[in-house]
Design a protein around this ligand. Structure first.
Ligand code: FAD
Length: 479
């Protein structure tokens, strides 16, 4: 017996209930619009269950132990290995044991209707949902459909890879077993963070990086310092390492990664952290004239180019694959949808209006929770020069900062500020060093606020904190 397809209409239909989709639904509800959200896996998305939250739960004890080992009087108490099983238990609690009841309750409480199942566009303003019990719904949106289906890990086309059962970020964040030897392929954020976590949890890590260094989107000194630290802790970091084949004995034994030039590395597991692809391949994009599998181009109100009802928010638009930036976009998209629903167009001219995702271009902050931490916002020196700015970079060795020596004995770190010489404002700031992630927001405020250097001089950092890095940077700039 075929079931009837249920049809319903909402002001806004959100496709994908990750952190970004949830926030769009929240914002449009707060503006008085009705909203439905469609989710095929767990409400809370990749971030809550297989990305930000579990990775940071794995890394927090690693960084806390490392810091403690640099403090006299405390060091002696923290020499033992990490208790991996306790770390996993804590991680499991942080991810709610991969259950989303709390998130569902919250969406219920704000009046967002949840539809479980795989959603696909079915022509303009329509979303068809194939539910888990064979149930089908067609949702029509009066004002907007928002695609926030996120991204997934990409595996490169390497002979033998699929049969070798590689880890992706999902296994690397959810495993409750420490492999004796872990090969990590990829020197970006996920590769570096997971190499840091698993090395500290007891795996012997080999990190294979195709290019010349780690964290290539940050200032070169950042990746150099992180690579030095990983190596000092026993990881084997190899740059210029191109994987040509992967072999797993009988599908279950050790895994061998073959490198260009014939060298090879053997491990018990191999993690491929080699990039992300948009989750748009089975989304019905072809029914609205878009190419399946593509990232979705948007304007600064997050509306898909050429459409007046379709929005793409979060990872899926490829502007900045970060939860905080996606949630920022969600606030902007929510405001823009609400403004348009009320018949107006959001003010297009105001660069910093609440309807314009300006920060995506000017200042995307990112902290990498490796050891030492890395953090950056705005432009690197090379990016600023490429963009045609007349700039000067000033560097400070964190050993000149009194608070650093107190934070950790033998503190090693560096800060860089890139200054636009024509306007005397900060275009970008980068830090590497223990505990440095918490400094980043001060840099974001300086960059977004376009605070003149002369005015920053009067923003006095407390003594003796890591924030005195600002004082040293300003002194270095003023000479
Ligand atoms: C290991 C790792 C660590 C990370 N750490 C951080 C961090 O510390 N800080 C940070 O800011 N960012 C971090 N990120 C990035 C962050 O996870 C993403 O930027 C964020 O999850 C994007 O949110 P989103 O809502 O756009 O997509 P997602 O979180 O991917 O959510 C999309 C949702 O859509 C659902 N969906 C997809 N297709 C359909 C469909 N057809 N029908 C119905 N539902 C669908 C999915 O099931 C999913 O629940 C990390 C990423 C990784 C991989």
């Amino acid at each position: 017996m075929t079931r009837a397809v249920e049809e319903s209409t909402y002001d806004v239909v959100v496709l994908g209930a990750g952190p970004v989709g949830e926030n769009v639904a929240d914002r449009v509800r707060a503006a008085g619009l009705s909203a439905a959200i469609v989710e095929s896996e767990l409400i809370g998305g990749e971030c809550s269950y297989w990305a930000c939250m579990p990775s940071k739960a794995l890394l927090r004890p690693v960084l806390a132990r490392s810091d403690a080992r640099k403090v006299a009087g405390l060091r002696e108490s923290v020499y033992g290995p990490l208790d991996a099983m306790e770390v996993f238990r804590h991680r499991d609690t942080v991810v709610g044991h991969w259950k989303d009841d709390g998130q569902v309750d919250w969406l219920d409480s704000i009046g967002v209707r949840v539809f479980r199942g795989h959603g696909r566009l079915a022509g303009p303003r329509r979303v068809a949902v194939a539910g888990p019990e064979g149930d089908e719904h067609v949702l029509t949106a009066r004002h907007a459909v928002v695609v926030s289906t996120g991204s997934r890990a990409v595996l490169p086309e390497v002979p033998g890879l699929t049969g070798a059962r590689p880890w992706t970020s999902r296994e690397a964040t959810s495993s409750d077993r420490v492999p004796a030897r872990l090969i990590v392929v990829g020197g970006g954020v996920v590769g570096v963070e997971m190499a840091t976590a698993w090395q500290a949890l007891g795996a012997k890590v080999t990190l294979l990086v195709r290019g010349g260094g780690l964290l290539p989107r940050m200032e070169p000194f950042v990746g150099e310092r992180v690579a030095e630290a990983l190596t000092a802790r026993g990881a084997d970091v190899r740059t210029g390492a191109r994987v040509t084949a992967v072999v797993r004995d009988g599908g279950t034994g050790p895994v061998t990664v073959v490198l260009e030039g014939g060298d090879h590395v053997e491990g018990d597991e191999v993690l491929f952290a080699t990039g992300r692809a948009p989750r748009t391949e089975d989304l019905g994009l072809e029914t609205v004239g878009l190419a399946p599998g593509s990232w979705l181009d948007v304007d600064d109100s997050l509306r898909v180019t050429g459409s007046d009802w379709l929005y793409a928010v979060g990872d899926v638009n490829h502007r900045a694959l970060l939860t905080h930036q996606g949630k920022y976009q969600a606030r902007i998209a929510g405001a823009a949808i609400a403004a348009r629903a009320q018949g107006g167009d959001p003010p297009a001219d105001a660069r910093w209006s609440a309807h314009t995702a300006t920060a995506d271009h000017a200042a995307v902050p990112q902290v990498v929770f490796c050891d030492p931490e890395a953090a950056a916002v705005g432009l690197t020196l090379a990016e600023a020069e490429r963009a045609g700015h007349r700039v000067r970079a000033v560097d400070v060795d964190m050993r000149q900062v009194a608070g650093a020596g107190l934070y950790a004995q033998g503190y090693r770190g560096q800060a860089r500020m890139v200054v636009d010489l024509d306007r005397e404002v900060v275009l970008g700031v980068s830090f590497v060093g223990p505990g440095i992630g918490e400094l980043l927001h001060s840099a974001t405020v300086a960059v977004v606020g376009e605070v003149p250097i002369a005015r920053l001089w009067h923003a006095v950092p407390s003594y003796p904190t890591l924030s005195e890095a600002w004082l040293r940077l300003l002194e270095a700039y003023r000479g």
